[in-house]
Design a protein around this ligand. Structure first.
Ligand code: GP9
Ligand code: MN
Length: 603
């Protein structure tokens, strides 16, 4: 009884931490009944050490709740069992432990030593009435069954399974074991018509800026945690990203100012994957891990087919995010990783951007000398990684007290440093004679500051407008083509899914082999949108006018649709069809990954 009450209190706290909005009371009752039922079975059993077993159960459940709540606080969703495989990544990429494991979350386990002590001191089994002890599992089991049946009849089971501790994890584990999420080859969601359409999306169409980069090198800079809001932001009389601002105001630059992240389970590595392939990322495991051996026909391959040599650069451990294993099939012929760089100073996650870029330029000279043909360099930065805390000598911005020593102020300092390093990189390219003949594309991999955490309020204050998912996922895309007179801000809404066709248009190469899901943002005139699956769940979208967040409990009517300008709620029926269409598109992309579709078609 004692443990059941404590667990019930934890379930109340837990549903609060994971922001359960609907059916909260039934969810707490079910979690609590299941726990009490299991505890009653333990106490009724004839085994020895009942207290120890009950206590072990209590500790295990407390730790699962803790892990779920911590995961939720970062990813805004409950973890699936396959996350265990990514433990190393999670541990390394999580926000500072201090931030994730705040006091409210730690409350979930802090009582354990005290509970253990009390349990040791008193003999609880003896206190329970024998008759009640014998019958309690049957009584509890029946009440539980009756509640589950009535919830099912009322149609709330989906909602419960999406948020209730036991039913959520059990459903997830059985689905994973039975492969229930997998699309069967028989009911392929890809019709002949779809194939034709997706292939035609990939083809080069003559339009604005088509081929202005043809024959030039391509350097893609994927910048860690670069959001769009610091661009051209004047904060306290200071420019946060003076070098990027300068680049944007240059005559030879296209700035896509309505561009967004599109991640799956692989964070930074998904930003890479989606950008280079224009396929949706996997939601089961990082795509680089799950589909390491698949055949792809992304940007590195397209450029290689046109004579380019494609290399990737990143100053961290080569095995992280499974990059080393995944890159060859992505089309990268060489991966310059942490071990290829020399550095004495470590900044946050590892190598300083300045050291990384300086030495990257030396490797670029080598790459440039391979043959007469141009090259593709895919360069992934690192320094502006969460939690953004840098040594004092790097914090050069004057930050107001209210943003000091919190994520917002630290991020501004950190991204200011990243911008400085980008400026030096571009100067370095100029000195190395690599600038004139090179197209430089720059974008952020993902958000820095979550809209679902406490910092959102500070962000709203800083920006003077509501900081919601649309602003959180908003990243810049900048394409600089030295010598071209193209200066323009392109505001067609898009995401990393659109990078490949957008850059392929600028580079002027025709993709005759692959299929893509994105659009060329420079020329596309149809209905453009962003179809995220993380932070907002599958079926959500952001378009020019609407932010649609599909409900977390699986009941469409509980979703949220707002007008992006007025921030007022709009009728859900207006978005239903669009949301369904997006889910279908994602299924098609998943089918391509699951069946290794390009294995046969790309030769
Ligand atoms: C690690 C770096 C950071 O190699 O790319 O990954 P993230 O934590 O941002 O996913
Ligand atoms: Mn990242």
């Amino acid at each position: 009884m004692f443990l059941s009450i404590l667990l019930t209190i934890k379930f109340i706290l837990f549903t609060n931490l994971i922001k359960v909005e609907y059916n909260r009371i039934p969810i707490i009752i079910i979690s609590s009944l299941i726990s009490t039922f299991i505890l009653s079975l333990i106490f009724r059993s004839k085994t020895k050490n009942k207290e120890t077993k009950a206590l072990t159960f209590y500790i295990v459940i407390s730790i699962i709740i803790l892990a779920d709540a911590a995961y939720y606080s970062h990813f805004n969703v409950l973890p699936k069992v396959l996350v265990i495989k990514q433990f190393r990544q999670l541990a390394a990429v999580g926000e500072s432990l201090k931030k994730i494991f705040n006091f409210r979350i730690l409350l979930l386990v802090l009582d354990i030593p005290i509970v253990a002590y009390i349990m040791k001191k008193k003999n609880y089994t003896a206190k329970i009435n024998e008759k009640l002890k014998k019958n309690s599992p049957i009584i509890l089991g029946s009440i539980l069954l009756a509640i589950l049946i009535s919830i099912n009849m009322k149609g709330y089971m989906t909602s419960v399974k999406a948020q209730e501790l036991y039913t959520y994890h059990i459903t997830d584990i059985t689905d994973t074991i039975l492969g229930r999420d997998k699309i069967s080859k028989k009911d392929a969601p890809l019709s002949q018509e779809d194939i034709k359409e997706l292939k035609s999306r990939a083809r080069l169409k003559q339009g604005k800026h088509t081929g202005i980069g043809k024959g030039k090198n391509l350097i893609v800079l994927q910048i860690e945690a670069l959001q769009d809001f610091p661009i051209e932001l004047e904060y306290n009389g200071q420019e946060i990203t003076p070098n990027l601002n300068k680049l944007i105001s240059d005559n030879s630059t296209l700035y896509y100012d309505n561009y967004h992240q599109l991640l799956g389970r692989g964070n930074t590595s998904d930003a890479e994957f989606v950008s280079n392939n224009s396929l949706h990322p996997s939601m089961e495991e990082p795509t680089y891990t799950q589909y390491e051996n698949n055949t792809f026909y992304g940007l590195p391959w397209l450029l290689r087919d046109n004579g380019y040599t494609s290399w990737a650069f990143h100053g961290y451990e080569k095995t992280f995010w499974n990059r080393e294993a995944a890159y060859p099939n992505q089309g990268f012929q060489r991966f310059i990783s942490e071990e290829d760089f020399q550095f004495d100073e470590v900044l946050g996650f590892g190598i300083r951007d300045e050291d990384f870029y300086q030495q990257t330029i030396e490797y670029l000279k080598e790459l440039d000398n391979i043959d007469e043909n141009p090259f593709y360099a895919f360069v992934v930065s690192l320094s502006s990684h969460t939690p953004f805390k840098m040594p004092e000598e790097y914090e050069v911005l004057d930050i107001e007290e209210k943003y000091k020593d919190n994520m917002v102020g630290d991020y501004l300092q950190s991204i200011h440093y990243a911008d400085k390093a980008i400026g030096e990189f571009i100067d370095g390219l100029k000195s190395a004679g690599l600038y004139e003949n090179t197209v430089i594309a720059i974008y952020g991999d993902h958000f820095a500051i979550s809209a679902a955490q406490d910092e959102a309020e500070l962000m709203t204050e800083l920006l003077g407008k509501e900081y919601d998912f649309d602003e959180m996922m908003h990243i810049p895309l900048i394409v600089h083509i030295p010598g071209a007179e193209v200066k323009e801000t392109i505001s067609t809404i898009g995401s990393q899914l659109d990078f490949y066709p957008t850059i392929a248009n600028i580079m002027g190469y025709d993709n005759t082999k692959g299929m893509i899901f994105g659009r060329d943002l420079t020329n596309y005139e149809g209905h453009a949108y962003v179809p995220p699956q993380t932070y907002m769940l599958k079926g959500s979208f952001i378009d020019e006018d609407i932010l649609f967040e599909i409900s977390r409990d699986g009941i469409f009517e509980h979703s949220r649709a707002i007008d992006r300008k007025t921030r007022r709620e709009i009728d859900l029926e207006e978005v239903r069809e669009m949301s369904e269409k997006i889910v279908e598109e994602i299924e098609k992309s998943n089918y391509i990954l699951e069946t290794d579709y390009f294995k046969e078609s790309v030769k």
